[in-house]
Design a protein around this ligand. Structure first.
Ligand code: T46
Length: 136
């Protein structure tokens, strides 16, 4: 499926512990305009249920784990994020849902745009219309 990729983030470790550096237009392949993080997600909760028209994002579970379902209108893939060194880039027209959050999960997201509700498609039928329109 196009529109997403998994990247390995280099761990810079020493005897004191580990560190990962994120650099705009370096290991983060876009301008970083916004960072937000999702935490304290209650057991059994499923979030997301939307696609984005233009937004590019990098998702990293800095603590704990969760799973992200990606759907391009034809195929679905489940991506488990269970390491702070694993990054999920989403840049295509993909429906997404996040689930199976561990109690200690902190899902950090870097985005290439400020928050704009107009960039969201929150209805699955409208998402499918957009998929058809784009000939994907
Ligand atoms: C995404 C997944 C991975 C803001 O006011 N500013 C923000 O930057 C964001 C991200 C959200 N909000 C507000 C909008 C809603 O009233 O916070 C509330 C919860 O947002 P939402 O229901 O969209 O959260 P999720 O977890 O379903 O989705 C979020 C991002 O919105 C979305 O872009 O890709 O995380």
């Amino acid at each position: 499926m196009n529109g997403y990729s998994l990247i390995d983030l280099r761990i810079i470790g020493d005897e004191n512990g580990s560190l990962i550096a994120l650099e705009e237009n370096g290991n983060v392949p876009f301008d970083i305009k916004r960072v937000y993080y999702i935490f304290n997600t209650k057991v059994g909760v499923r979030r997301g249920f939307h696609a984005h028209l233009k937004l590019r994002q990098l998702l990293i579970c800095t603590s704990g784990s969760c799973t992200v379902l990606l759907d391009d209108g034809r195929k679905k893939v489940d991506v488990k994020l269970d390491s702070p060194s694993k990054g999920l880039i989403i840049e295509g027209l993909l429906w997404r849902e996040m689930y199976d959050f561990s109690p200690d999960c902190v899902l950090m997201v870097l985005a290439d745009e400020h928050y704009r509700e107009e960039d969201y498609i929150r209805n699955y039928d409208s998402f499918m219309d957009e998929v058809q329109k784009n000939g994907i």
